[in-house]
Design a protein around this ligand. Sequence first.
Ligand code: TRP
Length: 460
Amino acid sequence: MSGPGNRAQWASNLGFLLAAAGSAVGLGNIWKFPGKAYEGGGGAFILIYIAIIALVGATVMLAEFIIGRATQKNAVGAFCQLRPAWKWVGGMGIFTGFIILCYYSHVGGWVLYYLCGYLTDAAAISADPTAYFYRMLGVGSGFPWGGAGLFPLLFAALTVFVVVKGVAGGIERLNKVAMPLLFLLLILLMVRAVTLPGAMDGLRYMLQPDFSLLTWNDVLVALGQAFFSLSLGMGIMCTYGSYLSRKENLGRNVGIICTLDTLVAVLAGFTVIPAVFATLSASGVGKGAGFVFTAMPGVFQAMPGGVFWAILFYLLLFFAALTSSISLLEGTVAYLTEQRGFSRKHASLALGVILFGIGLIYTLSQGHADIHGIWLDKNGISYPIFGDMLEFLTDRLLLPLGGLLFCIFAGWVWGTKNGIAEVRQGGRFRFPLAGLWSLLVRFVAPAAIACILIAGIVFG
Ligand code: TRP
């Protein structure tokens, strides 16, 4: 550890890259992206998404890395050092991250539940995937000890464990194993999916850009998705960047991380959609949590050796979710240890307990008849009002707002001259896109983000 004042640092640039990619590649890539790309017209949506990542996503990511590494501090500490009046922006980011973590880690618990389900009694899932999903959530039965208790608790405990072990000794070590495995699993699954008879229709749909299916709303969806997928807008990338040594090239790292994250999302789209087309027909494509937990089991059931592929798939989701959820926890832990004097262990454990508790309400509100009886629809399934509220607050409002403020700060308040100097490190690195970045961070990205924010508020 050679950071100033013994601050934690990544052991290597590769470790940093994998950890940042691990944060970015998550449930967002594997369940959110394929469904959204399908709805947005496949190829056309993918093209727009890539353009947004290149223009807006990479711009904001670089701004976060710059602020983090320039100060070598957590999101609040960084603003405190540069412009104390802005420290609430860091605070807001940390709050947002923690709220996301509360539900994210519970969904991670559901993934573990399915992983164990396939390992022990696959027939129970295949018999009726939808019923299985709601049984996990306790709809119509008693308190769901597995789906709301044991497995989310296990997932939260794993997240806490890795963060307690520290930046290089925990987060970096896990990512160095989990990320290569994740890529391997994804490639295996994709080869399996596209070689299923009938998969070509799905693949064609994903590859042929049909711009007539694309609406403005899809463009906004793509923008919001890009933010979520790259883990932007709440100072997580700022914190991860703060553990990076000044001997590393920020610009190149941003390029690699954005490429990896996008590649995983697109490959997941090329895996899930053809598999669904081949086995369930195009109408089987849905979105959201239910998609991964109710539609995919149908796909595996229709495939030869489905249980094996199901285990690989949920293992892939598990790694993706875990590496993202530790990044969400680390953002808050870094704040509590550096600004508030907590020990890493105490901060992680205390947060683990709180997040499990809040997440519990999320899982139960997905479908627990006893608790949310008043919200039952006519099929007896309760509306996930609490979850929708959290997601609206974070995805639609706080994340874009955070990103917007990061851009304004890097582009106008602290200034792009300082930012560019941080990348160049006195001439150690070339930054040929400096002029373009200035333009994007000052004008293009804030304007684009303001659009998602306003549309989010107006259209809900
Ligand atoms: N990027 C992750 C995903 O795609 C989720 C995530 C992790 C995240 N850290 C974040 C989202 C920070 C927003 C901000 O699933």
